[in-house]
Design a protein around this ligand. Structure first.
Ligand code: BG6
Length: 484
């Protein structure tokens, strides 16, 4: 079956930086389903060739390593542009006619990609419905929605309701680009394609879990959006909780969208909601020094650019095992890593002659040094019984095909085209995630909010965060990955 990818917000940054380069790479690898065409929609007026030329410039920049004039020509011949305003019903009717004119009769699937401002999602969906563009009698009709999906539980519920009045849940693909990362999918492989990890992946062996998404960059020109979102909406409600779900979930019976998402949702159901004093004892808030001087940041803003949550899953597997979720901008380096910290040995055999072993640790490096390290104790050679920590180190870059990891959008676009929703967020998932985050945000905006620590950029967030960990007899794994 032929198919059309209709991109709303065609003149935006995401389209030129991510979507078109990803589609071009898929085309080059011959993985884009045959007969696929792309139609860009936005308010500006372009001729087809003008838009193709603009895209060529961005593909040359963002897919520089694989750009080739011949394949570009072939790819570009399947790209079209149709000017249209999301608020104008007539424009959807003319879009519908245009699509009919470019597609083989009665035989084309359509993927509507909403890469617009989030305030327009609802309008766009309603217009698609009003123009009959949701009718899937002659081919699939799917809609891809970028984050943010709402700004709190109430708005996410309203958005879900509005979308469900036009599209069925199985037609809706809510993007969280973290799920498109190869190394995030590798967590499934590590956990469920091996028999050695699963037996120890529980409260009997694991002391705690650390999930860190550290970014070296600061807010920069995005402050207009960022100041009202803050790190909790920008990173925790989606990316951090997604990483936690995949780390904590039970094995599904089959690797399919319904079963994978059922298991993930069970994790969200099991997360203990914070109440009373928990907001002060189990969270840390920070803001980097200099944030208030960024353009568009209102004077005296208390928006967090760093946060830590200590969460618990109230279930058999994870009873009383803390999950520390941490993210920050202006950190020491860019690294996303999940650390499974195992319990210490029950009895220290080597007495005072050696330091106390730290316990074994499994580090899943999600980015940028994609890999896995297992830390364990070995004897220091030619010593008395002294031990030190050694590392078994797996790096994707040393494996065939592992040098250049595909960008998340390649995987996610392909899955949406082929109808695999495993790596997309379901409506209940998004709402439950807001249900966890909302009370924390409310507590942080209340007079009883815990202190907002200011921190220097280029370090690991506020020193108070490290002290908070020490008080729990634990330590952050503050290690920048070595890039090979
Ligand atoms: C986005 C956030 O969702 O993820 C950004 O809005 C953040 O603030 C980005 O920088 C991080 O994504 P990645 O893939 O670079 O880790």
């Amino acid at each position: 079956m032929a198919n059309t990818i209709v991109i709303f917000g065609a003149s935006g940054d995401l389209t030129s930086r991510k979507l078109i380069p990803a589609l071009y790479r898929l085309f080059q690898k011959k993985r884009l389903p045959e007969g696929s065409q792309i139609v860009g929609v936005s308010r500006s007026h372009f001729e087809h060739d003008q838009w193709r030329d603009a895209l060529k410039t961005s593909v040359k920049k963002f897919a520089a390593d694989c750009f080739n004039e011949n394949t570009w020509k072939e790819f570009a011949s399947q790209i079209y542009y149709h000017a249209g305003d999301i608020t104008n019903t007539e424009d959807f009717i003319s879009l519908s006619r245009f699509l009919d004119s470019t597609e083989p009769e009665n035989n084309s699937g359509r993927l509507y990609y909403l890469s617009t401002m989030p305030q327009l999602y609802e309008k766009a969906i309603q217009q698609l419905g009003a123009a009959g563009l949701n009718d899937d009698a002659n081919g699939f009709r799917r809609v891809v929605i970028e984050k943010p999906f709402g700004t709190d539980l109430k708005s996410a519920q309203a958005l879900n309701q509005s979308i469900h009045s036009v599209f069925r849940e199985d037609q809706i693909y809510r993007i969280d680009h973290y799920l498109g990362k190869e190394t995030v999918q590798n967590i499934f492989a590590l956990r469920f394609a091996n028999s050695i990890f699963e037996p120890i992946w529980n409260r009997n062996f694991v002391d705690h879990v650390q999930i860190t998404v550290a970014e070296e960059v600061v807010v920069g020109r995005r402050a207009g959006y960022y100041d009202s979102a803050g790190i909790m909406r920008d990173m925790f409600q989606n990316h951090l909780l997604q990483l936690m779900m995949i780390t904590a979930m039970e094995p599904p019976s089959r690797y399919d969208a319904a079963m994978v998402r059922d298991e993930k949702v069970k994790v969200l159901h099991s997360i203990r909601h914070m109440t009373g004093g928990d907001f002060a004892s189990d969270t840390v808030r920070g803001q980097y020094k200099g944030y208030l001087e960024e353009d568009d940041v209102p004077a005296g803003s208390e928006t967090e650019t760093y946060a830590v949550l200590k969460l618990y899953c109230d279930n058999w597997r994870w009873n009383n095992v803390p999950f520390y979720l941490r993210s920050g901008k202006g950190m020491s380096c860019r690294t996303t890593q999940i650390v499974i910290q195992f319990k210490n040995v029950p009895h220290i055999l080597f007495g005072e002659k050696t330091r106390e072993p730290l316990g074994n640790r499994l580090v899943m490096q999600v980015q940028p040094a994609e890999g896995i390290q297992l830390h364990f104790e070995t004897k220091v050679p030619d010593s008395e019984m002294k031990t030190r920590t050694s590392t078994l180190d797996f790096s994707f870059s040393n494996t065939p095909g592992g040098k250049s990891m595909p960008d998340s959008y390649q995987r996610l676009l392909l899955d949406a085209l082929t109808g695999d929703a495993s790596l997309f967020a379901r409506s209940d998932e998004v709402e439950l995630a807001w249900g966890i985050v909302d009370p924390i945000l409310a507590a942080w905006r209340s007079p009883a909010a815990p202190p907002l620590y200011r921190y220097e950029t280029g370090l690991w967030g506020p020193p108070e965060s490290s002290e908070w960990m020490y008080k729990q007899n634990r330590e952050w794994f503050d290690v920048c990955p070595v890039l090979s």
